[in-house]
Design a protein around this ligand. Sequence first.
Ligand code: HEC
Ligand code: HEC
Length: 296
Amino acid sequence: MSTFWSIWVTVITLGTVFGCWWLLHATRKGQTSDTETDRTTGHSYDGIEELDNPLPKWWFYLFVATCIFGLIYLVLYPGLGNYQGLLGWSQHNQWQEEQQQAEDRYGELYARFGDTPVEELYQNKEAMQMGQRLFANNCSVCHGSAGRGNIGFPNLTDDAWQYGGDPDSILSTLRNGRQGAMPAMGTMPNMTTEQVDQVVNHVLSYSDRAEDPEAAKKGEQVYAQACAACHGPDGKGNQAIGAPNLTDDAWIYGSNYDWIKETVVNGRENMMPAQSGRLSDDQIQILAAYVYGLSR
Ligand code: HEC
Ligand code: HEC
């Protein structure tokens, strides 16, 4: 917060507390509740009159106590602009402490499985229950609660792998994240509109869905020049750079003509966030086994 806003917040907050205090005293008119009178405010309606008596004592002192409580609170906790409070409390600190407590409490549970190889671990029922919970908390927002993915988020339950489905590849994906980048190529001077149509038809022909078989045939050459380096000469992909297999029925994006054309023309960039630092090594091991098991 800038100094200006810090002062702004402080002045308004303290002003409100002292303002209430002042209002309370100013309207008390030197009376105490012992001096009850029959004096009215002069308001009268249907015979009901408003008496002008002082505030009841208990109410008055309760209000004073609230003001004092507020001031003590503002000394101890952050509430006045940039002032941190005597206790040094912050949301972030509290969150970190809770994280640490959880780590101390559950860390041991995870540690029991941290050294078990993925191929073995995925058959352990207890570990997989943990894996399911970890997945629900950390992965399902993107990959779906069942791991089936969605447009732009790969399905983890099939046997099509963009980066490889062996334990080491999955572990590496989870630890370091992945960044898939398909360059935008379907515009001039790279490619004419006609060539885009040809290469899209060619890609569709891998799964026998070419809309224009003649164009698909011509697309073979465009493909060899523009795409084969990454997606392989026969469209089977390259896991080392995350270029997907274009011949199977697993698609990260849509599988029809328009989606593929969009990918070719504008390219795609996608990111799987790295989990090292967010999750412990043991948790990552369990999750890798869980993902490994999803497709089995
Ligand atoms: C913010 C969204 C997001 C979250 C959270 C996320 N992922 Fe991903 N994940 C992706 C995206 C997007 C990709 C594809 C990356 C690419 O295309 O380069 C991906 C790719 C993967 C892959 C590679 C799949 C393949 O075919 O090779 C695996 C495995 C994976 N995620 C597992 C997980 C696990 C386990 C978690 C939970 C710890 C997780 N992801 C959390 C978005 C996410
Ligand atoms: C520099 C390497 C590279 C080149 C060249 C390249 N691609 Fe890609 N392509 C990728 C990568 C990497 C992805 C995955 C992007 C992601 O993670 O979102 C991809 C994704 C795709 C997809 C989406 C697949 C799916 O499952 O939804 C299609 C379709 C595609 N490319 C077609 C082509 C065609 C056609 C060409 C040639 C005109 C081409 N690519 C050229 C690297 C490349």
